[in-house]
Design a protein around this ligand. Structure first.
Ligand code: 4NP
Length: 157
């Protein structure tokens, strides 16, 4: 019998249309593959609200779909004050996200904020913004996120 409590994870980027929706979908897939799906809850949000209500960027949806991950039920939203305590682990994609999250967390928030790749893999590096680049950038982001999600799932087991 699995007695470990559920862990909740929130991925955060700038717009919540490129990187964090991809991380949300990929970690969801990885935990389903490893049989941890019932123990890990995943969501994503942005530090800005410019794209609120929108589908993920078509380039994120396309690279995800090619790897069997469906992002079509996701809609962009901005992070809310209660997210800082509703989620156990809050991951920024880049240092500036982590700085924003640390600055914006209401006093007494219980979620812990980390740079995603550093927490998952030990590599203290950002996941660069693919928004203004070509589709190749999204392939690179997918691979980085897939590898880090596998490492994170192993840590959470
Ligand atoms: P994301 O990418 O933060 O990975 O969702 C971006 C999306 C939109 C913009 C920048 C980055 N933007 O400037 O609108």
């Amino acid at each position: 019998m699995d007695t470990k409590p559920q862990t909740s994870v929130l991925f955060v980027c700038l717009g919540n249309i490129c990187r964090s929706p991809l991380a949300h979908g990929v970690l969801h897939q990885v935990v389903a593959e490893t049989g941890l799906g019932h123990r890990i809850a995943v969501d994503s949000a942005g530090t800005g609200d410019w794209h609120a209500g929108n589908l993920p960027d078509p380039r994120s949806m396309e690279v995800a779909a090619r790897h069997g991950v469906d992002l079509s039920r996701q809609r962009a939203r901005m992070i809310r004050p209660d997210d800082y305590s509703r989620f156990d682990l809050i991951f920024g994609m880049v240092r500036s996200n982590v700085e924003y999250l640390a600055r914006s967390a209401p006093a007494g928030s219980t979620g812990s904020v980390h740079l995603f790749l550093k927490y998952a893999t030990g590599r203290d590096v950002d996941i660069p913004d693919p928004y203004y680049g070509g589709p190749g950038g999204f392939d690179a982001v997918y691979l980085t996120i897939r590898e880090a999600s596998e490492a994170l799932a192993a840590k959470l087991m």
